[in-house]
Structures are given as C-alpha cells and as structure tokens.
Design a protein around this ligand. Structure first.
Ligand SMILES: Nc1ncnc2c1ncn2[C@@H]1O[C@H](COP(=O)(O)OP(=O)(O)O)[C@@H](O)[C@H]1O
Ligand SMILES: [Mg+2]
Length: 872
C-alpha cells in the first residue's frame, strides 16, 4: 500500500477502506460507493492494467489512485480477476447513503478461484469440477480434503507419502490450495493451482477442526462419517470447511456430507500413466478426439460429464461394483429404444447439481429457477423409462430420482415465464401470486394510462398536435413543445429545459402522478425481490432431495453414455474376476480405431493378448519403429481400464483379472518443464514401477533405455525384465516393447518370458507393416527401410546400409562383445550386401588358390572366375 498519506488527511470513507483492506490484505477490495465499486491504491494500479480500466485519482493531490466498475457489472469484472488467480473481496454498503454519519460497509463475500459458485466465474468447461483442496501433514500421514463448492461434493483422504499426496493433487487439479504453510509439494503438482492460500495453523488444529466439522453437520461425533480414525483428514477437512465459509460469509447449507475415501480402493494410475494413456488429457495439448474421455463422453448433461470423468480418474477394483455397472449396460444394450428415449429426456435436463447449490446459497437467478423446474418436470418420464429394467444400479437410479412435485408447483405459481434476465428489472413474480404486488403494479400501469390520457387531453386543450409527454432520468416526466408552438403554451406550465428545437415543461399534476408511479414501481420491485427470496428459501428446503436426484440423473447419464459408445463401436462385455488372467481376443485401441473409422484405409487391425502370472507373465514385443508396438501396449492397458470403470471393451472377448495398478513407461518424451533429461525421467519412472508393482499390477514398458547409449539402454532393459521375472513378490504382468531385437534372447533362460513381434513383410528393400502381433521374436530392426519410407535421400540410405554392414560384421567378429547381442544380425544384413563369412564360396575359392603355382594366364582366368562368383 502506497498510502504515505497522514491519517488526518484521509476522509472517513478512506479510513474505513484502509481498515477493510487491512483485514483482507490478500484480496482486491471492490468498495461499493453508490452505483460503483471503487478500487484504490495498489489494487487500482493492478486492476486498471489487468482489466483495461481508466486510472483516475480519488483526491485532489492525486495521491490515491482509483478506478471503478459499475455495480451491476461487478461480478463480471471480479470473475476476470479471479480467473487470473486473484481474490476479490466484495464490500457492500449496509446502511443507506445520505443519513447521518458515514455509510457502513462490510465484506459480504470473498470470491476466490477455488470457491466460486457463480456461472460468471465457473464458465468454461462445465463438464469439469472446480475444486479447492486443503492439505496437511504430520510425520507419517498426509491428508487431502477437497470440495467443489458449486456441487457440494466434499471428500477427505489420508496418504502415506508426499508422492501420493502430489498424485492426488494432480488427479483432481484443484484451482486453489489451502495450507498452513508448512508442507511443500513439487511445482508440477501445482501447475493447475491458481492460488495458494496459507491460513492460520490454529484452523488446522485437531480439536478446532473436529469441532467445526461436527457443528456444521450437526453430529456429535465424526465416527458416523467414518472420520473417527482419520485425525489428519479431520484437520484438513475442518480447515477447508472453515476457509470456504469465511469466503462465502454463509453457512454452506448445501454441503450436507463429507465422505472419506481411500485411494487403495481404486485402480491406481499415477500421473504419468494417466498422461501416457491419454485418459482425460491429450499428450499434444489441444488435440481433438485424442483422449479416452473424448471418446466415451456422450453425456447430455454437465453433471453426467463430470461424473464420467471422475469414473475415469478413479476406476474400480471391487469386482462386484464393476459388475454392477456392466449389468446395467448389458441390460440397456438389449433395449435400444429405451436408451434413445432416455437420451432425449436427458437433453432437456439442466445442471441440477449446481442449480441446487445456487438455490441453497441464495444466489440463484430467476432463469436458474425456471431451469430447475424444467429439469424436475422431466423426472417422472425418466422414472417411467427406467421401469422395465432390473439391474441394481438402474433400480437405484430410478429410486433416487425425486420429482419434488411441491417445488414444481411453487415455481409454477410464483414465477413468470419467460424469466427476465435479472431480478433488478422486475417482472419476476407472476401476476396473481401476491395481492399486494398486483396492486402496486396496477398503480404503475394505471399511471402510465393516465399519462397517455394527459397527453391526449393537453393536445386538445392547447391545439398543439406535436405535444409530447416523455420521461428521462434527470427530469422525470415532462411535456415537450416544439419552438414553433411556444406561443400556445398555457400559463401553469413550468419551464424546465431549453433544447435547440423545443422546450420542456412540467405541471404540478404531472409531478404528483410521477411520484405515485415511481414509488409504486420502486415498491413493487422491492416486494418482488423479497418474494423471490422467500421462494428461494422454500426451494432450499428441497435441496437434499434435489441433490440426490442430481446424482441419480448424473449416474444415468454416465451409464447411458457408456452404453451408447459400447453399442456404437460393437464393444463386448468383459469378464472381470479375481484371477491373474489377461486374455483379450481381437482387441482394438478404442481411440485409434474411432479415428480410423471412415478414413477409408485398411481400418484398425485387431490383436489378441494372453497374459497371466504363471506361464505368460512377460511379453517381449519386438518390431521395427512404426510397426504398431506402442499402440498395442496402450490398447491393452486401455481395455483393462475400461473394464474396470465398468464399461464394455473393444474386443471380441476379454477376461480381465482385476488389476490394482497400471504402470506405464511410454515413449521418450522430453520433460523439459521438470528440467530433467529424458533419461532421468525414464529411470525415475522405471524405479517407481520396480519399487511399487505387485502381483496384481499391469506393467507397460515401452522402449525403456532409449534415452541413453545403445549398450547402456540394452543392459538396463535386460536387467529390468529379469527383475520383474525373478523377484518373487513382484511378478507383475508385463508388456515390454522394444526395437532392440537382442532382448528376445531373454526367453531362452526366463521361462515366463514370451516373445512376440509385429509382423512386417519386405519386398525389394521396402517394408509393409501388417500391424499383426505374431509369436516369436523379430531379428531385425528394419530401421533403414523405415527411414526410406520416411523419405530420407537415397544417398543417405545407401551410406547407412554401408555403415550398418560394417557395424554388424564388427559385432560378430570382435571379441568381448556382450553375449546378449544378436544371434544372427550379420546373416540377416541387407540383401544388397552379401556378407563375407567363412562359408562364402568366394572366400573358399580364394583361399584355395595357390598363387605360386599359377601362370599369369591362369591367374587372369582365376580372377575372371572369382568375378563370376561375385555375380558380375
Ligand atoms: N493395429 C493397428 N491397426 C491400424 N493401424 C495401427 C495399428 N497399430 C498401429 N497403427 C498405426 O501405426 C502407427 C505406428 O504405431 P506405433 O504404435 O506408434 O508404432 P511403434 O510403437 O511400433 O513405433 C500409428 O500411426 C498407428 O495409428
Ligand atoms: Mg513406439
């Protein structure tokens, strides 16, 4: 604050401002003065720049910079600041201006990136949640509590390491993080966090936090929520709830429960696996239709979209729960007409989850209430459409949908349709709902009638046909007479204003009526707003029922979305069990397949997989670059993931022994943002896999060791496979793709390692990819052929062949080469260069020549023979 102004020189309002700024020092203060929010000092400098507002000064000496925004647009301006990561404290006048003493002002709401409820701030991706999270940590446990204020979702978990904590942050991507300033998380966990709000340690104290949670939920003990044994969780949750209440200055009555959760209940995917498999975010930012979510999300409502996304972020492990979703999809699949009619009905459903929150918070607009009603009106038909189904989830959904008929009734009786955009404009309440309001409106309308009659009467009396009665904000109602007719103006007219062509007058009678009309209008608007508030309060009484309905509709939307995709792409129901099998017949990559659809080319080639922990634990997949190895690896991981969210899968048949974690080490993407080399990232991820994989895990290793020199890379890759195979507690099912064909030798000594390769055909030095996975190892890399396909100049290709020849023969002949190098690389070298091996007829003949016993002519003839042998 650059307020180097002596206190005595400040006006009382500025002193009040400084006090409020002091109490909210980390927020920009929107200080209400009449029809504007004014912003002062450093805030004004920041805001004028950020929003492009004119900077003025409050005082004559120009020591107090100032800018302002009209009050009715305040939220829109605040939203832009909040999206940039600022907090805005809205400070309103609470006593009318013009009375005795200074106008009182209080902060009525602090808007922050993570606590928004308003569309203006949430706008953007409605199918994503807007989370705020609190983190805390003791010596052994960390806790993570998060809330979406716009939906009322509030959950708490405890985690044993900072890595797991960081992973949870990355998974939910909160906009704002609340801490006590003591635990540090890595910068990449904070990439989506717009604001870190450090609050007092006191708010994180166990007693304080437990007491606040208990009071909010009206529960004497937190055991009922399952929080009894989660002290760290309670600390984080209590602090979070308190912080949000402080910003909202409200009771958050729509937050009705707090559910603990445990990451171990879900199929774990660390953040690099989520990224590598492109589950909710594409590896290439901005790419369209690149993620599994893009493919699976056919939801019709934002709340359904949000739920589906959370299913993808938290796939299940519990076989019963997975099968419950599969049962529902299976049943819906049989009745396509029902899916269609449910989809149609859902199209008319609005975001009931957020609407309910807005009603509870008292900030719903008339338009929101009409949307709420239109949604509730759809409910009976949706319940009807679900009647024929018997799957437990579908029955549960039908049971959870509550039409809240009394709420519909109230809205229909009270609110006018279509709704005006804002309550300020009036016209919100329906005629006939409230007698006092009807009367005030009659006066208003009657007054306008009277004005029309007055105009007609005065025209007749004065004989001035152009006489006009009109209204403006400065003079109110007036009579306007053109200059040419001024002679005929009656005595009692009082002149108010002179224009170029006309003069404006008022009369006492006109002013009397004006008073009546305007005060009736004002009173009726005030009454409307009071009535609207009571409607909101009455509707808030339904919030628990509406929330349950919202959750059911969201689940229905998500399930029908999965059904629609399953049907559209002919997916099958997977068998999900507790075995260690991973048997997939005719599997496809769901996203690549969808994108190839209609492309006219050969389409997607399906491939099978047979993996288990007893005989076929590790598959080493070889094949040249571009053959389809990475696609195959990912498709199998995605099929497992899809099965475990309870969706049908792109295959002809699939048996999935439920997986506890999917690990991936895919591609050689440089992670420059982390400032680590490719190789370091690769090794860190590999270490994570080896340290954490279990017999229930699925491990996907794609070209590990690529980030370093060939022999280093090969050796590391080799040792990693050995470890996964031999280290008894691990034995994770593993898919290992490599273009080091040397790794196929592993299968010679490791019984559960099986070799497969991507089939290619080669004709006259040109390779064709068949995209088919076949038994056995490939013995060659085809690197140069692939380089030719890529269009490298033929000169380069030829030179590369030459070099390759030298290198490969070198590998064979030189002593001290690692035993793992190829069994026959040289014999398989390029067809254009017949290698000079011991068996070569040319060599044989050459060796047999007795140089001393030849005449010159014989020597010439022999030379000719040798050239013939060479094929020239
Ligand atoms: N089964 C398949 N059917 C059709 N196209 C495929 C198939 N597998 C891979 N492709 C396509 O082949 C290209 C290379 O695949 P990729 O998996 O990256 O190969 P690799 O990892 O062996 O270098 C990709 O463009 C991919 O879309
Ligand atoms: Mg690859």
């Amino acid at each position: 604050m650059n307020a180097n102004i002596p206190d005595a020189a400040l006006t009382p309002a500025m002193r009040q401002y400084l006090q409020i700024k002091h109490e909210n020092s980390d927020s920009i203060i929107f200080f209400r003065m009449g029809d504007f929010y004014e912003i002062f000092f450093d805030d004004a400098l920041l805001v004028s720049k950020a929003l492009g507002l004119t900077l003025t000064a409050r005082d004559r000496e120009k020591k107090i910079p100032m800018c302002g925004v009209p009050f009715h647009a305040g939220l829109a301006y605040a939203a832009r600041l909040v999206k940039d990561g600022h907090k805005v404290a809205i400070c309103e006048q609470t006593t009318p201006a013009g009375g005795k003493g200074i106008v009182e002002r209080v902060v009525t709401r602090v808007i922050t990136p993570g606590t928004a409820l308003e569309d203006e701030i949430l706008s953007g991706d409605q199918k994503s949640n807007n989370y705020i999270a609190a983190i805390t940590g003791g010596r052994k446990q960390f806790a993570f509590a998060y809330m979406d204020v716009s939906t009322g979702e509030f959950r708490i978990t405890e985690l044993s390491t900072t890595e797991l904590l960081e992973d949870e942050i990355k998974r939910l991507q909160p906009r704002e993080l609340v801490t006590d300033g003591t635990i540090a998380v890595g910068p990449d966990a904070l990439s989506t966090v717009k604001k870190i709000s450090a609050i007092s340690k006191f708010d994180f104290e166990l007693d304080t936090a437990a007491e606040r949670l208990g009071r909010h939920f009206g529960a004497a003990s937190l055991d009922g929520f399952g929080l009894g044994e989660m002290p760290e969780g309670v600390r984080a949750g209590g602090a979070l709830l308190h912080y949000i209440k402080q910003t909202h200055k409200s009771e958050l009555s729509h937050v009705t429960k707090c559910a603990p959760y445990f990451t171990a209940d879900y199929l774990m995917l660390d953040s690099s696996t989520r990224r590598n498999l492109e589950i909710t975010e594409s590896l290439r930012p901005g790419a369209k239709d690149a993620t599994l979510l893009d493919l699976l999300d056919r939801t019709k409502t934002s709340m359904g979209g949000r739920l589906l996304k959370s299913w993808l972020l938290y796939p299940l492990k519990d076989i019963t729960a997975i099968n419950a979703r599969l049962d529902a999809i299976a049943e819906l699949m049989l009745d396509r007409r029902s899916i269609y009619s449910i989809h149609l009905l859902l199209e008319g459903v609005y975001d009931l989850e957020r609407l309910t929150s807005k009603v509870s918070a008292g900030i719903a607009s008339p338009k929101d209430i009409i949307a709420l009603k239109e949604t509730l009106i759809k409910c009976p038909a949706i319940k009807d459409a679900l009647k024929p189904f018997t799957a437990s989830i579908l029955k549960q959904i039908a049971g959870g949908i509550d039409c809240c008929a009394e709420a519909i009734d109230l809205i229909e009786k009270a609110l006018a349709e279509p709704p005006p955009p804002s309550i300020r404009d009036g016209g919100v309440i329906k005629a006939g709902y409230n007698a006092a309001l009807d009367e005030l409106r009659d006066i208003g309308y009657g007054g306008k009638d009277w004005i029309a009659r007055l105009e007609a009467g005065e025209r007749k009396r004065t004989g001035i046909n152009s006489l006009k009665v009109a209204y403006n904000r400065v003079f109110g109602y007036y009579i306007e007479i053109t200059r040419a007719n001024l002679l005929n103006v009656p005595q009692e007219y009082v002149r108010k204003q002179t224009l170029a062509n006309a003069e404006r007058f008022v009369t006492p009678a006109l002013k009397d009526w004006e008073e009546k009309i305007l005060s009736a209008e004002e009173k009726s608007k005030a009454l409307e707003s009071a009535l609207f508030s009571t409607v909101l309060t009455a509707l808030a009484g339904f919030s628990a029922r509406m929330q349950a309905t919202a959750q059911s509709l969201a689940a229905l939307d998500a399930i029908t979305s999965l059904t629609a995709v399953s049907h559209n792409f002919a997916y099958v129901r997977p068998i999900v069990d507790a075995s260690s099998a991973l048997v997939i017949e005719g599997g496809r990559h769901p996203v690549v397949e969808a994108n190839l659809r209609g492309a006219g080319a050969m389409g997607f080639v399906s491939n099978s997989l047979a993996l288990d922990s007893t005989l076929n634990q590790i598959i080493v997949l070889t094949g040249p670059n571009m053959a389809g190895k990475s696609t195959y690896l990912r498709q199998n991981a995605l099929i497992v993931l899809m099965a475990q969210i309870g969706c049908f899968v792109p295959a002809e048949k699939a048996v999935i022994g439920a997986v506890d974690r999917i690990f991936t080490r895919v591609g050689a993407s440089d992670d420059l943002s982390k400032g680590q080399s490719t190789f370091m990232v690769e090794m860190t991820e590999t270490a994570n896999i080896l340290n954490n994989a279990t017999p229930k895990s699925l491990v996907i290793l794609d070209e590990i060791g690529r980030g370093t020199s060939t022999y280093d890379g090969l050796s590391i890759a080799w040792a990693v496979v050995e470890y996964l195979h031999d280290s008894a507690p691990v034995r994770a099912r593993t898919l290992f793709a490599t273009h080091y064909h040397e790794l196929t030798d592993l299968a010679l000594t490791k019984e559960r390692v099986k070799n497969y390769n991507m089939a290619v055909t080669e004709k006259t030095g040109k390779v064709t990819f068949l995209r088919k996975v076949v038994h056995g190892g490939s013995s060659r890399s085809y690197g140069i052929q692939v380089a030719r396909l890529a269009g490298l100049p033929s000169q380069v290709i030829e030179r590369a062949k030459e070099l390759l020849k030298n290198l490969e023969s070198g590998e064979l002949n030189e002593a001290g080469m690692p035993a793992i190098t190829s069994r026959g690389a040289a014999t398989n070298a390029l067809e254009s260069a017949k290698p000079l091996t011991a068996e070569d007829p040319l060599r044989k003949r050459l060796r047999a020549v007795d140089v001393n016993g030849l005449t010159p002519v014989q020597a010439l003839m022999e030379l000719n023979k040798l050239k013939e042998l060479l094929g020239e």
